[in-house]
Design a binder for this molecule. Structure first.
Ligand SMILES: O=C(CO)COP(=O)(O)O
Length: 123
C-alpha cells in the first residue's frame, strides 16, 4: 500500500495532526509513504518514515501525478488550502485530474481522508 501525502502550507499542521491519529496503520510494514518535499519534512519530524520528492511548486505535485499515472499509488491525501493562491495551480489541477483518470482514491480534506483511512482498518 503506497500512500501519497501533500499539504499546502496552511494545512501542513492539519496533515501532521491527522497522521498522528492513524499511527498504528501508518507504521505497518506494508504501508509506504511518499510526500512532496516540505510536507515530507514535517511528516518526518513527526516520526514517520517517508520518501520525499521535490517541493510542490517546483515539480513535486507533478512527480506524484506521474506515480499515480503509472499505478504506483493506492491513495492520495492532498490537503489543499482553498483560501490561498498557489503559483503551481496548474500542477494541482493536473494531479487531481490524473487521480480521476486512473480512479485513484483522493481525499482533499481531513474528513474525507479519515473515512478512507477507517476503511483501511476494516480491509
Ligand atoms: O505545494 C504543494 C502542493 O501543491 C506542497 O508542496 P510542499 O510539500 O513542498 O510544500
Amino acid at each position: 500500500m503506497k500512500i501519497a501525502l501533500i499539504a499546502h502550507d496552511g494545512k501542513k499542521a492539519d496533515m501532521v495532526h491527522f497522521l498522528s491519529g492513524f499511527k498504528d496503520i501508518l507504521h505497518q510494514a506494508d504501508v509506504e509513504l511518499v510526500a512532496t518535499g516540505t510536507t515530507g519534512s514535517h511528516i518526518q519530524k513527526a516520526g514517520f518514515e517517508v520518501q520525499r520528492l521535490l517541493s510542490g511548486p517546483i515539480g513535486g505535485d507533478a512527480q506524484i501525478a506521474a506515480m499515480a499515472a503509472q499505478k504506483e499509488l493506492n491513495m492520495v491525501i492532498f490537503f489543499r488550502d482553498p483560501l490561498d493562491k498557489h503559483p503551481h495551480e496548474p500542477d494541482v489541477q493536473m494531479l487531481m485530474r490524473i487521480c480521476d483518470v486512473h480512479n485513484i482514491p483522493l481525499a482533499t480534506n481531513p474528513a474525507s481522508a479519515e473515512l478512507m483511512f477507517k476503511a483501511l482498518t476494516q480491509a
